[in-house]
Design a protein around this ligand. Structure first.
Ligand SMILES: [Zn+2]
Length: 322
C-alpha cells in the first residue's frame, strides 16, 4: 500500500529509538527513515482508519523489533513526531492555551492529517493556515500591521501543495504572491523545514508565478503613476515638501531595498508595493490621508484580481471574494 511502498528500508540494527516516543509497553514500532517509535497501535487505530489498516498483519512485512511488529512509514521522522505529539500527547500541549503552533507543526498536521484521515487534525491545521494565507483583505491588512514579517517563515510551495491537497484553494493566491517575490524559489524550489524535503513548483505553477510578476509590476507601476497625480492634493499648503516626501517614500519604500529605477521592470521594489506596508510618507495631513486612502483602494482592487494575476480563476471559483 502507499504508506509502505517505496520506503528505503533501513536495516533494523541501524535504527535510532526516538527519545519521546519509545513507550516500554507499546505494541507497534513505527519506522520513519532511521527513527523508530514504539507506540500503541490500538490508540492510533482509534484515530485513523489508515493506521488501522496498516496495523493489520496482512499489511506489513514480517519484521519485528523489540518484540513488536514493525510498520514502515514513508513520512519524515519530524512529521511523524508532530503527529504523535497530538495523537499520543505526553505534554498536554494541545490544552495549553498559550501554545501557538508554528508553520512546521501546522504543515505536518495538515499533510499527515489528510493522509491518515484524521479529519479533526487536518481541519485544526488548515484553519490556522487559512488565517495566514487568507482570502480576506481586511484580515491580511490586520496581519501586516501586527506582524509584518509573518510570511517569512513559510514555504509558499508547501502552502500551495497543502491548499490543493486539502481542498482549500483560498490559500493559493497569497502563496503564489509570496513565490512571486523571489525568483530563486520559482526556479530552484525551497527546502521544507528541518527534514529538508525540497519542494519544487510544477512547470505550470512556475509559469503562473512569472506571468504574475509581470502583471503585478504593471499594476503597481500604474498605481504609482496615479499616486503621483493625486499627491500633493490640491489643497496642500506645502506641495514642494509633500512632493519630495512622496518621492522619498515611493522611491525607497520597498523594504527589500533597491529602488525601481535600479532594479528595472521586474525589480523587487515594484511587485508588492500595494500589498505590503512599509511606506513612511512624510507630508501634510491632507496628503498623508490621500496617500493612505489611495493605497488602500488600490490594494483592494489588486486583491480582487489576484486569482486572475496568477491564472487561478478556475481553481478559485467561489473561494475568493468577487
Ligand atoms: Zn501636502
Amino acid at each position: 500500500m502507499e504508506n509502505t511502498a517505496n520506503v528505503a528500508m533501513s536495516p533494523l540494527e541501524e535504527l535510532t529509538r526516538d527519545q519521546d516516543f519509545w513507550l516500554q509497553d507499546g505494541s507497534v514500532v513505527l519506522v520513519a527513515e532511521k527513527t523508530a517509535f514504539k507506540v500503541y497501535a490500538g490508540l492510533l487505530s482509534v484515530h485513523s482508519p489508515v493506521f488501522s489498516g496498516m496495523f493489520s498483519p496482512a499489511n506489513h512485512a514480517d519484521e519485528t523489533y523489540d518484540g513488536c511488529p514493525v510498520v514502515r512509514m514513508s513520512d519524515s521522522p519530524e512529521d511523524v513526531k508532530w503527529l504523535l505529539t497530538h495523537l499520543i500527547p505526553k505534554t498536554l500541549l494541545h490544552i495549553k492555551s498559550a501554545h501557538v503552533p508554528e508553520y512546521p507543526e501546522l504543515s505536518a498536521l495538515a499533510r499527515l492529517g489528510h493522509k491518515y484521515q484524521i479529519d479533526a487534525l487536518e481541519k485544526h491545521a488548515t484553519d490556522r493556515l487559512k488565517t495566514v494565507f487568507t482570502n480576506n483583505v481586511e484580515q491580511f491588512e490586520r496581519q501586516l500591521l501586527t506582524a509584518s514579517s509573518i510570511y517569512a517563515g513559510y514555504n509558499p510551495i508547501d502552502i500551495i501543495h497543502i491548499g490543493r491537497l486539502t481542498n482549500n484553494p483560498g490559500m493559493l493566491p497569497l502563496a503564489f504572491w509570496l513565490c512571486a517575490q523571489n525568483e530563486d524559489i520559482i526556479i530552484d524550489g525551497q527546502a521544507r523545514g528541518k527534514d529538508g524535503a525540497l519542494m519544487v513548483l510544477s512547470k505550470a505553477d512556475a509559469k503562473r508565478c512569472i506571468a504574475g510578476i509581470y502583471e503585478l509590476c504593471q499594476l503597481s507601476e500604474r498605481a504609482l503613476q496615479q499616486t503621483r497625480l493625486a499627491v500633493p492634493v490640491q489643497t496642500c499648503a506645502t506641495p514642494t515638501a509633500c512632493r519630495a516626501g512622496l518621492e522619498a517614500s515611493i522611491g525607497t519604500g520597498a523594504a527589500s531595498g533597491p529602488t525601481q529605477a535600479q532594479t528595472g521592470a521586474i525589480g523587487k521594489g515594484c511587485r508588492d508595493i500595494y500589498l505590503l506596508k512599509g511606506f513612511r510618507f512624510q507630508g501634510c495631513d491632507a496628503c498623508k490621508q490621500a496617500f493612505g486612502n489611495l493605497r488602500r483602494t488600490k490594494r483592494r482592487e489588486l486583491w480582487k484580481q489576484l486569482p486572475r494575476i496568477f491564472g487561478l480563476q478556475a481553481e478559485l471559483k467561489r473561494h475568493w471574494p468577487e
